[in-house]
Design a protein around this ligand. Structure first.
Ligand SMILES: NC(=O)c1ccc[n+]([C@@H]2O[C@H](COP(=O)([O-])OP(=O)(O)OC[C@H]3O[C@@H](n4cnc5c(N)ncnc54)[C@H](O)[C@@H]3O)[C@@H](O)[C@H]2O)c1
Ligand SMILES: O=P(O)(O)OC[C@H](O)CO
Length: 335
C-alpha cells in the first residue's frame, strides 16, 4: 500500500499519539501533533523528543508540535484523535466547531465514554455529526511501534473506503493495517481488554501461575464476546487483532500499564499509589466503572471484570476478589 503525502492533525501528544505521529512521518506524511498542555508542547519543541511519554525517539522536522487546535487543523487532510477516553467527548466537541464538514475523523483511543457507557463511535456521531469515522485498534505498544518493531492493527469504519484511506496512511514496511467494517466489535475489544489486563496483573501479582493466567484470558474473552455480541459486534472480530490479539498482548506483557496496575494492587499498593507510580493513563480504571454500568444495563454477566470493578471502587481486596471468582458454582463452559 502507498499513499500520497498527507497532512495529519494528530490530537493527543501522549505515548501513543507520539508513536503514531512518528509512524506517519516515516511513511512520508506531515503531522501536526496537538497537545492540550502548553508546557508539554513547549518541552517537545525544546527537547526534540517526547521525554515525558515516549523518551528516546527524536522528532523529525515533519512532526510539528502545537497547542493550538486551530493551527493543528488549518491545512489538515486527515484527523486522528489519540487522547484518553475521559477526554474524548470534550476534544470531539472542540473539534466539531472547527472541522470542515466533510473531513473524516479516526481515533486510536481505547475505552468507553465513562459517563454514559457509550462506545466512542456513538460519542463521535453525536458530537461530530455525519462524516466518515474510523477506529484504530489492536496489539500495539507505543514503544515497540516507535522502535519500528513489526506490528499489525485493525482500522474499522462503517465506510470501507475511509477505513482503507486511514489504513493506507498508517501502513508501512513494519506496520500492517488491516481493515474491517465492524466498529462495534473493535471498540468493545479495545475497551474490555484493559479491564481484563488488570485482572491478570492481579493474579500474577498474587503469585498464581500460568494456569490461572490462561484461564483468565480465556474466560475474559468469553465476557468480551458476550458484551460485544450483545452490542452488535461480529464474532470474527473477537478472534482478530483487536480481540484475542490485543487481549493476549495486554494480559501477558509488563509493558502494559493496565497489567502493571494489577501487579501493583496485588502487592498492596492502593489505586492512587499505583496510578502515580505508572504516571500515565491506565484506561482500565475508568473502563471498569463504565463496563460495570454497561453490563448491568444489558443484564450481561462479566464476573472477572466485575471483580476488577470491586477491587478498584469498592475496597474489595485482590484476595477477596479471587475467592469470589473461585467460589462461583460450576456451569457449562459454553452457552
Ligand atoms: N500507549 C500505548 O501503547 C497505546 C497503544 C494503543 C492504544 N493506546 C490508547 O491511546 C489512548 C491515549 O493513551 P496514551 O498511551 O497516549 O496515554 P499517555 O498517558 O501516554 O498520554 C496521555 C496524553 O493525553 C493527554 N491528555 C490528558 N487529558 C487530556 C485532555 N483532557 N485533553 C487532551 N489531552 C489530554 C496528556 O496530556 C497526554 O499527552 C488511550 O486510550 C490508550 O488506551 C495506547
Ligand atoms: O499499556 P496499556 O495496558 O494501556 O496497553 C497499551 C495498548 O493498548 C496495547 O495494545
Amino acid at each position: 500500500m502507498s499513499e500520497s503525502a498527507a497532512t495529519v492533525a494528530l490530537l493527543g501528544a501522549g505515548s501513543w499519539g507520539t508513536a503514531l505521529a512518528l509512524l506517519l512521518c516515516r511513511n512520508g506524511h506531515r503531522v501536526r501533533l496537538w497537545g492540550h498542555e502548553t508546557a508539554q508542547i513547549e518541552a517537545l519543541r525544546q527537547d526534540g523528543e517526547n521525554r515525558q511519554f515516549l523518551p528516546g525517539h527524536p522528532l523529525p522536522a515533519t512532526l510539528i508540535p502545537t497547542d493550538s487546535l486551530d493551527e493543528a487543523l488549518a491545512d489538515a487532510s486527515d484527523c486522528l484523535v489519540v487522547v484518553p477516553s475521559h477526554a474524548f467527548r470534550h476534544v470531539a466537541e472542540d473539534l466539531s466547531r472547527r472541522l470542515p464538514a466533510t473531513l473524516g475523523v479516526a481515533w486510536a483511543t481505547k475505552g468507553l465514554d465513562v459517563k454514559t457507557g457509550q462506545l466512542l463511535h456513538a460519542v463521535a456521531q453525536e458530537t461530530l455529526g455525519a462524516r466518515p469515522l474510523a477506529v484504530v485498534s489492536g496489539p500495539s505498544f507505543a514503544q515497540e511501534v516507535a522502535h519500528g518493531l513489526p506490528t499489525a492493527v485493525t482500522v474499522a469504519s462503517a465506510q470501507a473506503d475511509f477505513a482503507e484511506r486511514m489504513a493506507r496512511l498508517l501502513h508501512g514496511e513494519r506496520f500492517r493495517a488491516y481493515t474491517s467494517t465492524d466498529m462495534v466489535g473493535v471498540e468493545v475489544c479495545g475497551a474490555a481488554k484493559n479491564v481484563l489486563a488488570i485482572a491478570t496483573g492481579i493474579a500474577d501479582g498474587l503469585g498464581f501461575g500460568a494456569n490461572t493466567r490462561a484461564a483468565l484470558i480465556t474466560r475474559g474473552l468469553a465476557e468480551l464476546i458476550r458484551v460485544g455480541t450483545a452490542l452488535g459486534g461480529r464474532a470474527e472480530t473477537f478472534m482478530g487483532l483487536a480481540g484475542i490479539g490485543d487481549l493476549v498482548l495486554t494480559c501477558t506483557d509488563d509493558q502494559s500499564r493496565n497489567r502493571r496496575l494489577g501487579l501493583a494492587l496485588a502487592r498492596g499498593q492502593n489505586l492512587a499509589e499505583a496510578q502515580a507510580v505508572i504516571g500515565q493513563e491506565v484506561e482500565g480504571v475508568v473502563t471498569a466503572l463504565a463496563m460495570h454500568r454497561l453490563s448491568a444495563r444489558l443484564g450481561i454477566e462479566m464476573p472477572i471484570s466485575e471483580q476488577v470493578y470491586r477491587v478498584l471502587y469498592e475496597q474489595v481486596s485482590p484476595d477477596q476478589a479471587t475467592r469470589a471468582l473461585l467460589e462461583r458454582e460450576p456451569r457449562p463452559e459454553f452457552g
